[in-house]
Design a protein around this ligand. Structure first.
Ligand code: SF4
Ligand code: SF4
Length: 303
C-alpha cells in the first residue's frame, strides 16, 4: 500500500529541464517511485558537526531515518554491492550516499565511490546528502563526478536558533561551539546552495522540524531556499526517542505531531512544492521506496 497521499503531479510546476532530469527519480516524483528503485551505500562514517538529534551509532538524519545501524562499506565494497543490486533489481535508477555520517566529511571515500560508479554503471544517477559545512569547497568535485542532485539539510537561517540545534562544528581543525558555530554552518550551507544552483546541479533542501525550536522559522527557510533556486523543500519530523541524541535525553525535546507536521508542510507549500512521500530511508536502503531489501544484499550475501 502506498502512503503517498495525493497523486497529483508534484513536478508539474518545474521547468522542463528539471522535469526531464527528475521524472524517473523515485524520490522526486510520486509516480516514478512506483516504477524505479533507489539505493544508498553507507561509505561515510565521519561527521564534521554535531546535531542535538544525532546518535552516531545510527544513520545520519540528513537524509535517513536514524534507528538502524548500517554496515559501513569501503568504496570497493560499495561498488560491488551496487553492481550486484543493479543486476537483481533492473529498476535501480538512483544511487545515493547519505551517511552514516556526512558524505562530504569523508570526501575521499565518497568521491572514490562516485568515480568508480560513473565508469562502471554510467546509467545510474548519483546523488548525495550533506549538512553543507564542507560543501562550498567541494562544488568542483561534485560537478566533475556528474552528481545529479544534492540534498542539503538546512534547519535554520538564524544562528540563535542554530545554536539550539548544533552544539558544535569542526572547522579549520578546531572545534567551534555556540552561536559562532551555527553562523559558520549557515553561511557555508547558503554558499553551497548558491554555488550548486549556479553550476546547474539540482538542489533539494531537507529541514528537520523541531517543535518550539525552528518550527515557526521553517516557512522563512522555505521561502529563502526557493528564492535561491532549490527545487524542492522537504520538511521531516524530528524523531524524538531516548536513543536519538541529547535533544530527547537531556532536553526532553519532543517531535511534532502528525497534524503539526502537515500544518507546517501546508504553510510551506504555498511557497514551494513539498516532498511528502519521502520515507526518511536508511543510509543503506535498497529497493523501491517503502521497501527495504538491504538484508538481501549484505556483504556476505554478495561475496
Ligand atoms: Fe549526525 Fe548527520 Fe548531524 Fe552529523 S549531520 S551530527 S551524522 S545527524
Ligand atoms: Fe528518497 Fe527520502 Fe529515501 Fe532519500 S530518504 S531515498 S529522498 S525517500
Amino acid at each position: 500500500a502506498s502512503a503517498c497521499g495525493s497523486r497529483q503531479d508534484e513536478l508539474a510546476h518545474l521547468p522542463e529541464a528539471i522535469r526531464a532530469k527528475v521524472h524517473n527519480h523515485p524520490c522526486f516524483s510520486e509516480e516514478a517511485h512506483h516504477h524505479y528503485a533507489r539505493m544508498h551505500v553507507a561509505v561515510a562514517p565521519a561527521c564534521n558537526i554535531q546535531c542535538h538529534y544525532c546518535n552516531r551509532k545510527y544513520d545520519c538524519a540528513n537524509e535517513s531515518r536514524p534507528g538502524v545501524v548500517s554496515e559501513v562499506l569501503t568504496p570497493e565494497q560499495a561498488v560491488k554491492k551496487v553492481l550486484a543490486v543493479a543486476a537483481h533489481i533492473p529498476q535501480m535508477s538512483v544511487l545515493g550516499i547519505a551517511g552514516p555520517g556526512d558524505p562530504l566529511a569523508n570526501p575521499e571515500r565518497t568521491l572514490a565511490t562516485f568515480r568508480a560508479l560513473s565508469e562502471k554503471a554510467p546509467d545510474i544517477k548519483l546523488c548525495l546528502s550533506t549538512n553543507g559545512l564542507a560543501l562550498p569547497g567541494l562544488v568542483d568535485e561534485i560537478c566533475a563526478h556528474n552528481i545529479d542532485h544534492v540534498t542539503i539539510t538546512i534547519n535554520c537561517l538564524d544562528p540563535d536558533i542554530g545554536a539550539e540545534i548544533y552544539p558544535w562544528i569542526f572547522w579549520n581543525h578546531r572545534r567551534i561551539k555556540g552561536r559562532r558555530a551555527a553562523e559558520i554552518l549557515i553561511e557555508q550551507q547558503q554558499k553551497g546552495l548558491e554555488a550548486l544552483v549556479a553550476r546547474g546541479v539540482l538542489v533539494k533542501v531537507n529541514s528537520v522540524m523541531i517543535p518550539g525550536v525552528n518550527d515557526a522559522h521553517l516557512a522563512e527557510v522555505s521561502r529563502v531556499v526557493k528564492a535561491k533556486g532549490a527545487f524542492l523543500h522537504n520538511v521531516m519530523p524530528l524523531i524524538a526517542k531516548p536513543e536519538h541524541g541529547t535533544f530527547y535525553g537531556l532536553m526532553g525535546q519532543r517531535g511534532p505531531t502528525p497534524q503539526e507536521l502537515r500544518d507546517l508542510q501546508d504553510a510551506c507549500a504555498g511557497d514551494m512544492r513539498m516532498m511528502r512521500h519521502c520515507r526518511q530511508c536508511r543510509a543503506d536502503a535498497v529497493g523501491m521506496l517503502g521497501e527495504d531489501r538491504s538484508a538481501d544484499f549484505t556483504l556476505e550475501k554478495i561475496a
